[in-house]
Design a protein around this ligand. Structure first.
Ligand code: WTA
Length: 681
């Protein structure tokens, strides 16, 4: 399926009909607007800001910043002096000023086919106001942190927007994370309230979320931190029939869930909502007031609480959503990410709602009840803009084109990807089979830290190359640096950095500004360092080559090797552990762990199962090791540093090890090669 051309020369131009009425119709127009955004950011972003409601206007420069640690503290400020409310802008403004009250905000599609809800902008606003009053009645105030641990239900959006409405800071924890991960995040951001649900189904697997939430709260107490209030949405229990939005259809299974209940702590979502008023004046927030914290893996192990603030994040997610998906009022948009990740924050909740878009919100899995589910939903709602991850594409690719072609998909106009570099084979399959060769692909590179897309094509304007995130978005100035921090010109490869801020960039690591400075700004003063490698080709296209720190990308999720290692050595049998990525056809990378056991302990299947369980319980199912190898010794330099580069080669079965002259004992390597896991794969 891949043409016989180097990817660099494999250029696709968007269809002519895409250009008609497009926000940015041609590549020349893109270049012109890009220059404006760099030369006069105040005007560029000032024009974008006119679309929003400001209680007070900003004074001074649009963006003020310091990226150079040698010149003082790092800071980024956007629209100082202005005040607004993001919830007001994404809901009230749409209902009142833009008369979109009856427009559908979300088509919610449950895990079980047939379990569905339709929610309009007006209904969403009403629920959000009610829940905002609930939060207030529970003592939540502006600036307080609220932890949210919920499945993909409309109430998750309601909870986050209700926080934003009263100026509370949401900290959403993906519902696939373990109790321990939830506890660590609650303690780190000192949350005063937790919002969770009884349980949910992922495919045919029942997850009793409340049990995990309770376990997390117990762990918090053990660590000396007490969180005294927990609001529980009854999603599966019988009471779910009284759901505040609309009654769920009979399709939803109601298992006999054992939901422990501590009346001192636990409050029922529905009971609180029933007594709550649907009028709630928004809290007017300063531009740089915190909006949310979202944890992302850090290369030193402990996750970092990435902090985003109100005005810049609002403008940036709105602008990127509008232009990167070339949003039109009659679009039906669907992003398959979970709201527990940044993609869901920016491109399920804030960006689409700011644009008055209609989205599909999907609770289930692409493979349940069968591998056609995605395309069935595309046809059911006439999805026009579709956004997913390369790992999902590769997984669906395995089943061939038949499950896709069973459905028409003729509503599709733009396809997007995010999360990791997309390999040309998956790109071509996505383009040819899913999009029938009609739909441009926007390969969006960005990070939890960047708030929104930073390198991406625009669908009508940018000629695409399979596997390249192409060019920077407006206001973003990339550079490629070599190891000594020199900017490289023309065709080159090195560290991807950014030279100036854009409105949506993170402001700090919550509670640890020093870590923010050292992680992103210390290596190359004057630049924001992404941690990704990048290549620029002869035509100026950027190609992200992947992480260059000790991070892994498993199914589009960043994991820190240090975090997995620390979970492994937390087991009494393990003396030392080293974790590397091994290329995987679907997940991108799989987790390959080398463990050195304590003296006298024997490696066997039972221990292996225990170690996998240990990691799952400490971090979550996404971090479950794929391979664990018993390593009597690890390859180390004379100074005792583990040579991960060598371990990566062993894991991948590559014999060409490069220079290993710094190894203290090279016989270790041969021994590890002989006992490799999955050598036949
Ligand atoms: C990787 C996800 C190549 C990259 C939004 C980045 C990508 C990390 C792409 C951030 C892409 C994301 N091409 N690599 N289009 N998108 N990445 O914080 O390594 O979960 O640094 O944010 O994912 O992952 P995060």
């Amino acid at each position: 399926m891949i043409p016989d051309k180097a990817p660099e020369d494999d250029v696709f131009h968007g269809a002519e009909e895409m250009r008609r009425g497009a926000h940015v119709p041609t590549f020349d127009k893109f270049k012109e607007l890009y220059m404006q955004s760099i030369e006069d950011p105040d005007k560029f972003w000032g024009d974008m800001a006119k679309d929003f409601f400001w209680k007070t206007k900003h004074t001074g420069r649009f963006l003020d910043y310091n990226f150079d640690t040698t010149k003082g503290d790092i800071f980024i400020k956007c629209m100082e002096g202005a005040s607004t409310n993001i919830c007001y802008n994404v809901l009230d403004r749409n209902v009142q000023d833009r008369k979109l009250g009856d427009k559908v905000a979300f088509y919610w599609e449950g895990n079980e086919p047939g379990d569905e809800l339709t929610v309009t902008y007006r209904e969403l606003l009403t629920s959000v106001c009610r829940f905002a009053n609930v939060l207030k009645s529970q003592g939540v105030k502006k600036g307080d942190r609220v932890a949210i641990y919920m499945p993909m239900v409309v109430e998750l959006v309601v909870a986050m927007l209700a926080c934003a409405r009263i100026g509370a800071v949401h900290s959403i924890v993906f519902a696939g994370f373990s109790a321990e991960s939830l506890c660590d995040r609650i303690v780190d951001s000192q949350c005063s309230l937790l919002i969770t649900a009884d349980g949910f189904y992922r495919g045919d697997k029942l997850i009793n979320l409340k049990l995990l939430a309770d376990e997390a709260l117990q762990k918090c107490t053990d660590k000396g931190f007490s969180l005294e209030r927990c609001i529980v949405l009854k999603h599966l229990s019988k009471e779910a029939q009284e759901i505040s939005l609309k009654s769920p259809p009979a399709k939803r299974p109601c298992p006999d869930l054992q939901v422990p209940w501590n009346p001192q702590v636990d409050k029922c979502w529905h009971a609180l909502m029933a007594d709550s008023s649907d009028e709630c004046e928004p809290e007017w927030c300063a531009s740089e007031d915190p909006l949310f914290i979202l944890y992302t893996s850090g290369s030193t192990g402990k996750p970092k609480g990435v902090l985003h603030t109100v005005s810049g994040y609002m403008l940036y997610t709105a602008a990127t959503f509008k232009l990167v998906f070339d949003h039109r009022p009659d679009d039906i948009y669907w992003c398959t990410a979970d709201i527990g990740w940044i993609t869901g924050h920016s491109y399920i909740t804030y960006g689409p709602l700011a644009n008055g878009a209609t989205s599909v919100l999907f609770e289930g899995l692409p493979t349940y009840p069968d591998v056609s589910r995605i395309w069935e939903i595309v046809d059911k709602y006439h999805v026009s803009k579709f956004y997913t991850a390369p790992t999902a594409i590769r997984m669906l690719m395995k089943y061939g084109s038949e499950p896709v072609q069973k459905y028409k998909r003729d509503s599709l106009k733009v396809l997007g990807t995010v999360g990791e570099p997309i390999n040309p084979e998956a790109w071509h399959w996505y383009f040819t089979v899913v999009g029938d060769g009609r739909c441009p692909i926007v390969d969006t590179f960005w990070q939890t830290e960047t708030g929104g897309h930073v390198m991406t094509p625009l669908p009508a304007a940018t000629p695409m190359k399979p596997g390249s995130a192409t060019f920077p978005f407006f206001g973003v100035v990339p550079a490629i640096l070599n190891e000594s921090g020199e900017e490289l010109a023309g065709t080159s490869e090195g560290y991807l950095v950014f030279k100036q801020p854009w409105p949506g960039v993170m402001r700090t690591v919550y509670g640890n500004h020093a870590r923010f400075e050292s992680t992103y700004f210390k290596k190359f003063p004057g630049y924001y360092v992404t941690g990704d490698g990048c290549r620029r080709d002869k035509d100026g296209y950027y190609w992200i080559t992947g992480r260059i720190d000790d991070m892994l990308n498993v199914s589009g999720h960043l994991l820190s090797t240090a975090e997995v290692e620390s979970a492994l050595v937390g087991h009494e049998a393990v003396a030392e552990a080293a974790v590397v990525g091994r290329p995987h056809p679907v997940k991108g990378e799989s987790l390959y762990c080398f463990v050195t056991l304590r003296d006298g302990v024997k490696y066997n299947r039972t221990l292996e199962a225990q170690l996998k369980k240990q990691v799952r319980e400490k971090i979550g199912a996404i971090a479950t090791p794929d391979f664990i190898q018993d390593a009597p010794a690890l390859p180390k330099t004379r100074s005792g540093k583990i040579m991960r580069r060598v371990l990566r080669k062993i894991a991948g079965g590559e014999r060409d090890l490069g220079d290993i002259s710094t190894l203290a004992d090279s016989s270790v390597v041969e021994q590890l090669f002989q006992n490799r896991c999955g050598a036949g794969e």
